[in-house]
Ligand binder design. Structure first.
Ligand code: GDP
Ligand code: MG
Length: 659
């Protein structure tokens, strides 16, 4: 049995999915967290396959997620739709329910957040709601695990959904609908999707279902004539007529089922009070800076740094222990591979795990508490000046962690312009993989001024992004569309969900360290230990790597660095940015040797280039996937590398003049 879990954004789908399947998907208090569908089995029963689909508000394809869900219904033929509805905002949720009902696919409604509804002063007449909708409705609380067993029993035993037709109550619209439905009688083949639904979809102008179910062009033309009649008779677009009708039905349902003593749940009331303070006209920005400032200060400074230092010592003693115990008397090539290549390379990357985890901990706390959505709201206005909108802020912020999830987070955008722009700018944010490079190089050259240099680099990434987007805004006179962001209620972040997210991140990072970076360290070690004749060389300046790097060094000459060791590091950085550091480590023997190659000005130019040049392969893959075009993705890479070159060049030239 294939069960599709469908509902609005933020109504608890993923929470329910996790409870039913025992899986660990991320639950976030931010609309649009579920961007890909996930599959699990209810109570481990292989006969009950549950698919978590992205949150949507209707089946009319206005946004990407709605297209995903609609295509799912067309292509995958689910046996049952489990429609999860947020009981505390029925009005908004029921639109989707009505549309799902029209499809004719067996439907069970899970009325979620009942715990909150009970706390509020709303009273819902469930019996009447059931009479109206004529489908099974099970009140549940996904969070408190209430009503889940009843829900599963109902899903197992659900009957065919009797083609409920609200339209028959409307004497003006119904004749049109009935006539349209008759028109497709001959073309329509018996299937899980009702004739009524295909009819309304065509009348609303969505032809995908008609295509799939083989409705002839001829019939569609006839339907279009009828559509014009409807439009004349209502003096309104046909789609609007149908949409309005559904809203009238909802109004009727709400009027008779829901009694309001107050308009807000306790939680919403509390949120409003908190918002009066946090999104206050004067306080919003100082608070935002304070919060983000502390997050970055704590993760990169106090906590992350301390933990990293401890971790580093542990790793170093581990490596020297291995070295002394096992490689005392072993072949030099093997020893050099294991100790200098693999262990030191991976070790230098692993030391940054604590910092990255702490950063992700804070970001996920911000998201779960509901504050992340407020950030988008607060920063919208200033970002519009630069031709961006508040919506871009969250992906850009995530970009400080890793470009891959950041690029993926743009999937919920409706505007293509904004999506492309945000995807382009994300790699300019210093991702956590660049942090180790900054940390080590600035510490080597700038001593106790290093934190300021790091701040400058982080800031520069932001400034370059803003300038770029401002240029696009002015040149092409294009601005992002206004957006409606629903502000979720503030909730206390759940430790379990946060813990799970951190575990995931840690796993991701370790997987990367032990696959890509592991491979990279071996390749790097190989390229720098052997020459063209595949002889083992002790002097790596005659190695394969040196030859490759030397051939492209003229390109870097104007930036103040053209040493093959550094260029090799930049090349391997494309595999994963952390690798820049491990390569330098391998090639120079010790990072301190870099003083013989570069001065402070050259290092700054190098750091700026590292900040801005094209992102790693993982990010490239994500960008390519989101843009649906290898060509566009390559264009992004070239443009980014050019911007990096120009910025480093200007800095080097101007810096040279000043000094
Ligand atoms: P999705 O966007 O539909 O997948 O929603 P999520 O599962 O991510 O949940 C959104 C928020 O609602 C999270 O903060 C959940 O903890 C919360 N939530 C989910 N179910 C319930 C419930 O039954 N009661 C209450 N009070 N909160 C819930
Ligand atoms: Mg979700």
């Amino acid at each position: 049995m294939k069960i599709a879990l469908i509902g609005n954004q933020n109504c608890g789908k993923t929470t329910l999915f996790n409870q039913l399947t025992g899986s660990n998907q991320h639950v976030g208090n931010f609309p649009g967290v579920t961007i890909e569908s996930k599959v699990g089995y209810i109570y481990k029963d292989k006969n009950l396959e549950l698919i978590d689909l992205p949150g949507i508000y209707s089946l009319s394809p206005y946004s990407k997620e709605e297209v995903i869900t609609r295509d799912f219904l067309i292509e995958e033929n689910p046996d049952v739709i489990l429609n999860i509805v947020d009981a505390t905002s029925l009005e908004r949720n029921l639109y989707l329910t009505l549309q799902l009902q029209e499809t004719g696919i067996p439907l069970v409604v899970a009325l979620n957040m009942m715990d909150e509804l009970e706390k509020s002063h709303l009273s819902l007449n469930l019996t009447r709601l059931k009479e109206f909708l004529k489908v099974p409705i099970i009140p549940i609380s996904a969070l408190k695990k209430e009503g889940l067993k009843e829900l599963v029993d109902q899903v197992k035993n659900v009957q065919q959904n009797f083609s409920i037709c609200y339209y028959s109550d409307d004497s003006k619209l119904y004749p049109f609908i009935a006539e349209s439905e008759n028109l497709i009688v001959t073309d329509y083949k018996e299937s899980k999707i009702n004739r009524l639904f295909i009819t309304t979809q065509i009348l609303e102008g969505n032809l995908e279902f008609a295509d799939k179910y083989g409705i002839a062009q001829d019939t569609i033309d006839k339907l279009n004539k009828l559509k014009s009649k409807i439009e004349q008779s209502y003096n309104l677009d046909c789609e609007a007529v149908i949409v309005n009708f559904r809203y009238q039905v909802i109004e009727k349902i709400i009027d008779s089922c829901l009694k309001r003593e107050t308009f807000e749940t306790e939680e919403q009331k509390r949120s409003r009070k908190i918002d009066r303070f946090l999104t206050n006209r004067y306080l919003a920005f100082p608070i935002l800076f304070l919060i983000l400032g502390s997050v970055f200060y704590l993760s990169f400074g106090v906590i992350g740094n301390t933990l990293s230092t401890i971790f580093e010592q542990i790793i170093a003693s581990f490596i020297s222990f291995i070295d002394v115990t096992f490689f005392y008397d072993v072949n030099v090539v093997l020893r050099s591979l294991v100790i200098d290549g693999v262990l030191n390379g991976i070790g230098s990357v692993l030391t940054f795990i604590p910092t990255i985890l702490v950063l992700f901990l804070f970001l996920s706390l911000l998201e779960d508490s509901g504050y992340m959505a407020r950030i988008a709201f607060i920063v919208d206005k200033p970002m519009r000046f630069f031709g961006l909108s508040g919506k871009s802020f969250v992906p850009l912020l995530l970009g400080f962690g890793c470009s891959v999830p950041a690029v993926m987070a743009t999937r919920t955008f409706n505007s293509d312009r904004e999506r492309r722009m945000t995807i382009f700018l994300v790699p300019f944010m210093s991702c956590s993989a660049k942090l180790p490079i900054y940390a080590v190089l600035t510490a080597a050259f700038f001593g106790n001024k290093a934190p300021f240099v790091m701040m400058f680099l982080y800031g520069l990434g932001i400034v370059v992004s803003l300038i770029f987007s401002l240029i696009v805004k002015v040149l092409f006179k294009s601005v992002p569309p206004p957006f409606v962001l629903e502000l979720p209620s503030y909730r206390f972040p759940s430790l379990k969900s946060t813990g799970m997210l951190m575990k995931e991140r840690c796993k991701d990072f370790l997987k990367k360290a032990f696959s890509i970076i592991f491979l990279a360290t071996i390749v790097v070690w190989f390229l720098q230990s052997f020459d063209l004749q595949l002889n083992y060389v002790t002097d790596s300046s005659v190695s394969l790597m040196a030859m490759m790097a030397k051939s492209i060094s003229p390109f870097f000459q104007p930036l103040g660095f053209n040493q093959w060791e550094i260029i090799s590091a930049l090349i391997t950085g494309l595999i994963a940015k952390e690798t820049v550091l491990s390569t330098l480590q391998i090639l120079l023997g010790s990072i301190d040797t870099i003083h013989q190659l570069l001065g402070p000005l050259e290092v700054m130019s190098l750091l700026i280039f590292i900040l801005l040049y094209m992102p790693c392969v993982a990010a490239f893959a994500a960008i390519k996937r989101e843009l649906h075009s290898t060509f566009d993705a390559i264009l992004h890479m070239l443009l980014q590398t050019s911007i990096a070159w120009l910025c480093a060049y200007f800095f080097y030239v101007i810096g040279g003049l000043l000094i």
